[in-house]
Design a protein around this ligand. Structure first.
Ligand code: AMP
Length: 412
């Protein structure tokens, strides 16, 4: 299947070809024709499946065609998302795919001054990407109206519910015209989402993209039980001893990613952090340096890592385990692409054990535990059958006294 078979207009095909995508992902293959036919959609898919393009591309086409048929057409699309990061990520996608079209999009989200958003709303916007809270604030202040919305996307609907946005979402839905196309994307389909979809969607096309078990099976996974304060020494130990050429290291927070990269650099390892606080150009530069081998380790947050497409990523290291189990599958899917088998290493401290349980449930396997690595959980905290005292030689080799958290005095 090629993008050329999806009845897309030339400016979109050109933009897609500039991204370097060679073929649509499964969700795109199903979603693009359905959205172009103005059908409602219930899609069970997570980030990493190409879901953003699966709605962004056909929506751009529908809005473009409406404008061509009637230049005074007022039709708009509204994309509701749970987080600022996702809003920005989606806006970036619209910039890329809509490069050769004259449609305007705008992301509005909380946590920043509303001034520039209000100003931008004074101009015509074709695609509005918004978090529910800020959108409601602006609606209450009369800064915009939703009467021209013809297409609604609820993205990461389950997360939106988890984050307690359901009331805000319902208030927004009440202000939308009933004549519209609605697309609902959710990583999981719990009963609340099914209930919501039953009230929102009219004879929806249903698409389910499950994380590929085969991807997971191809990857050599291992788990290191450790403590929070031992994670950096363990990472350094692995980078120095385990024949790791390049690695993508995942951290849960931007601050964490920054700190890890700083510590690696201090220890003489060429590393850079990429996360939402870095400008797009800074991220691109780091990626380029990584691709060309000038940087050995990229430390990333999940959001920032989405855009990373590097062939033959040697190792993926989960410095922090993700609290959303599907994220684990996406992270480790970054290694072992295109049939190559990859290696994924995960650290797990006491607090992360519930996350580990969820992950193992999702992938339906127990990740093999590496023991005696010298950076284990201390006796008082230990719940897992990790052998406590590495052999003396081994301990010295690791060069780290885990009890005191200090390097031992050099021995003769
Ligand atoms: P998403 O699931 O929307 O977060 O997308 C995950 C990643 O896949 C993003 O980095 C996209 O740029 C990339 N992507 C989207 N569609 C394709 C495609 N057809 N081929 C290759 N990569 C893609």
């Amino acid at each position: 299947m090629s993008f050329n078979n999806l009845s897309l207009v030339a400016p979109l095909l050109r933009a897609i070809s500039e991204t370097g995508y060679t073929s649509p992902t499964p969700i795109q293959e199903h979603s693009i024709p359905a959205v172009l036919q103005k059908k409602d959609l219930l899609a069970c898919a997570q980030t990493g499946t190409g879901k953003t393009a699966s709605f962004a591309i056909p929506l751009l086409q529908l809005l473009h065609q409406q404008k061509q048929q009637d230049p005074r057409s007022e039709g708009q699309a509204l994309i509701l998302v749970p987080t600022r990061e996702l809003a920005l990520q989606i806006a970036e996608n619209f910039t890329v795919y809509g490069k050769f079209l004259s449609l305007k999009h705008l992301a509005i989200f909380g946590g920043v001054s509303q001034h520039s958003q209000v100003k931008a709303l004074q101009q015509r916007v074709d695609i509005l990407i918004a978090t529910p809270g800020r959108l409601l604030d602006l609606l209450h202040q009369g800064c915009l109206s939703l009467r021209d919305i013809r297409h609604l996307v609820l993205d990461e609907a389950d997360r939106m519910l988890d984050m307690g946005f359901i009331h805000d979402v319902k208030k927004i839905l009440a202000q939308l015209p009933s004549e519209r196309q609605t697309l609902l994307f959710s990583a999981t389909l719990p009963p609340e989402i099914l209930k919501l979809s039953a009230t929102l969607l009219k004879q929806p096309e249903k698409i389910t993209i499950t994380p590929s078990a085969t991807t997971v099976d191809r990857i050599l996974q291992s788990l290191y039980y450790t403590e929070k304060q031992h994670k950096t020494p363990l990472l350094l130990h692995l980078l120095n001893n385990d024949g790791i050429k390049t690695a993508l290291v995942f951290a849960r927070t931007k601050y964490g990613a920054e700190k890890i990269a700083r510590n690696l650099v201090r220890s003489g390892i060429k590393a850079a952090a990429i996360h939402g606080n870095k400008s797009q150009s800074a991220r691109q530069t780091s990626l380029l340096h990584f691709r060309t081998g000038h940087i050995r380790v990229l430390v990333a947050t999940d959001i920032a890592a989405r855009g990373i497409d590097i062939e033959e990523m040697g190792h993926v290291i989960n410095y922090d385990l993700p609290n959303v189990p599907e994220t684990y599958v996406h992270r480790i899917g970054r290694t072992g692409r295109a049939g190559a088998s990859g290696i994924a290493i995960s650290f797990c401290d006491q607090e992360e054990k519930p996350y580990l349980q969820d992950i193992q449930k999702l992938i339906r396997k127990t990740i093999p535990v590496i023991r005696d690595h010298g950076f284990e959980v201390s006796a008082t905290d230990q719940q897992e059958p990790v052998k406590m005292q590495p052999a003396a030689g081994n301990h010295r080799k690791n060069g780290f006294n885990k009890r005191k958290g200090k390097r031992p005095a050099p021995t003769a």
